[in-house]
Design a protein around this ligand. Structure first.
Ligand code: NAD
Ligand code: TYD
Length: 360
């Protein structure tokens, strides 16, 4: 059945993958995105000319704009990806994360609720507000701790994670207080095509190809659970379709890797697919640099609830998905050239230039 979805942040990494997958499934998409540094209209090139995709540049915190979009397009669901998303940026500029992730989400919720209350009963019951969150809200695990479940208490450590946890509480409160039919998902680290190269995997791919150092924070022993972005989108589609309002679902890859393992895998793939001119390995470019402040040691996600209730599990193995991702970056030099602009260079200077070397 074709639905109209108001998607926020649909020009970013995961949002654009979602928009393209839902257009392919026959849905109509109203895409509200502020086009911050990580929002990129080129991510939506495949949707160009598709009348089922309406792009609107704007802020989720702009009440008047959101109200007008709701009244004009009368969506069946709102899917909220819009956020500031990079932990290192949140360490340097936390207020921006509060503005978009907390205040923006609260304004969006309030505006959606006011409009939702005007709907006839049947449409009100069928409406959904799907909020995309992260496993980082749970905090950090030790080496042998059990993975996060949906009932693990929230103990966010970075300003990014704290802002996402606050937003989750607001979304839940809108269900408890106003009865808004909300759904919350908490996903582990995503990788795949079109990810802005400030995040680990694309940063390493592009830095390696440019002959630059590969900056591993601290020892590189920190563990992340990697999930391909298209697996994430498949999970979101199931939650939107069949998830019980008020519920929260963890989404994970079951692919815990240390950062050294992940970076090593990127280097090995590049050695094979685009060998260095001098015949040596990209591994030689790895540099251990000063650690991230408050660096979470380990994330691991128990996603048994979504498997049990909705039949979802990740389909792509990390090494396969990573090979496909490396090939995507190698095959899209124009996307890379346009993304690697002044703002990106300025970020590299701000985040990496002052970092001392660290012992491995
Ligand atoms: P991204 O940084 O690539 O994209 C964020 C998008 O939001 C951009 O297009 C940006 O322009 C837009 N945006 C920012 N502020 C906005 C505002 N005020 N109004 C409207 N649009 C705005 O991020 P991503 O990796 O695609 O993450 C999307 C969502 O998924 C986020 O909510 C993030 O917390 C969550 N998430 C990400 C990961 C991951 O590994 N990337 C994992 C779990 C959850
Ligand atoms: P990142 O992609 O920023 O995601 P998150 O912090 O949300 O998990 O980082 C993934 C891991 O890689 C994290 O442990 C920090 C580490 N990292 C580096 O070692 N070097 C880097 O330059 C970056 C960006 C991340």
């Amino acid at each position: 059945m074709s639905r109209t979805l108001l998607v926020t942040g649909g020009a970013g990494f995961i949002g654009s993958a979602w928009v393209l997958s839902r257009l392919a499934a026959g849905d109509r998409i109203i895409n509200l995105d502020l086009l911050t540094y990580s929002g990129n209209p080129e991510n939506l090139a495949e949707a160009a000319g598709n009348p089922a995709h309406v792009f609107v540049k704007g802020d989720i915190g702009d009440e008047g704009l959101v109200k007008a979009l709701l009244e004009t397009h009368r969506p069946d669901a709102v899917v909220n990806f819009a956020a500031e998303t990079h932990v290192d940026r949140s360490i340097l500029d936390p207020d921006r994360f509060v503005r978009t992730n907390v205040l923006g989400t609260s304004v969006l919720l309030r505006t959606v609720r006011d409009w939702w209350l005007t709907l006839p009963e049947e449409r009100r019951a069928a409406f959904r507000f799907l909020h995309i969150s992260t496993d980082e809200v749970y905090g950090s695990l030790g080496p042998s701790d059990a993975p996060f479940t949906e009932s693990t208490p929230l103990r966010p450590n970075s300003p990014y994670a704290a802002s996402k946890a606050a937003a989750d509480h607001f979304v839940r409160a809108w269900h408890e207080t106003y009865g808004l039919p909300v759904l919350i998902t908490r996903c582990s680290n995503n990788y795949g095509p079109r990810q802005f190269p400030e995040k680990l995997i694309p940063l390493m791919i592009l830095s390696a190809l440019e002959g630059k150092p590969l900056p591993v924070y601290g020892t590189g022993g920190n563990i992340r659970d990697w999930l391909h972005v298209e697996d994430h989108c498949e999970a979101l589609a199931l939650v939107l379709e069949r998830g019980q309002p008020g519920g929260t679902w963890n989404i994970g890859g079951g692919s815990g890797r240390t950062n050294m393992e992940a970076v090593g895998a990127v280097c090995s793939l590049l050695d094979e697919l685009r060998p260095r001119a001098d015949g040596r390995s990209y591994l030689e470019q790895i540099r251990h640099v000063e650690d991230r402040a408050g660096h979470d040691f380990r994330y691991a996600t128990d996603f048994s609830r979504i498997t049990r209730e909705l039949g979802w599990r990740p389909r792509r193995r990390f090494e396969e998905g990573l090979a496909e991702t490396v090939r995507w970056y190698l095959g899209h030099p124009q996307w890379v050239r346009r993304v690697v602009t002044g703002e990106y260079r300025a970020w590299l200077e701000l985040n990496y230039a002052g970092r001392a070397d660290a012992a491995p």
